[in-house]
Design a protein around this ligand. Sequence first.
Ligand code: VGL
Ligand code: ZN
Length: 231
Amino acid sequence: MTIDIARTTLIEIDIQNDFCPGGTLAVDRGDEVIGPLNALADGFTRRGGRVIATADWHPAGHISFASSHAGRKAGDVLDTQVLWPDHCVQGSSGADFHKALDLKSVNLIIRKGFRKNLDSYSAFFENDRKTPTGLEGYLKFLGIETVILGGLATDYCVLYSALDAAAIGLRTIVLTDAMRGVGFPEGSVERAFKSMHDAGVILASSVEVLAGIHSLLTTDSTDRRRGERRI
Ligand code: VGL
Ligand code: ZN
């Protein structure tokens, strides 16, 4: 795998306290993604690459919260909206990035789901599937061709971000060792893998990607000079 650092970004999805053990919408072993993501983020920034972090950022009373709908409980589905426990409320400690996440490597933070009546799983489009977050424009303006995604959760925000990235023509890699799933409803993680595969999303480990970065830089000096000039 070859990674041209000047045309690639790492996107760290929703590494927030509420999605980690102890949080209100905890993903089993969610904090285990942080180590590989930090290693990759460091590998990227050392070479002048870009790293983006996303954050779920809901107002109190958000439409995706079961508590906003009388008589409903978490896990119910209303139309197509899965109802969740209150999570990632703007300004709460649950919405903070996990303290182990290396934020000094992050160049851009995208907050999503900040409108009361609209949820947003994807880093690119909100759940009406047409309201953009602006990330597509940012990446295209910079000439980014490849995105590498990891984080939480495999079956929601990583999935929707990866499908959108592939749909807008980006080479899309998801990190098998740096994502964890909610697993609700049952089978959602398996279905997520299948739909990503069907959409042409590439599955790779963080070690393979890191090796890909190294291989570009060690191929020859022409590549190295070209890579540096493009940044
Ligand atoms: C997420 C459920 C609700 C996620 C966000 O980050 O995957 N899942 N909000
Ligand atoms: Zn949410």
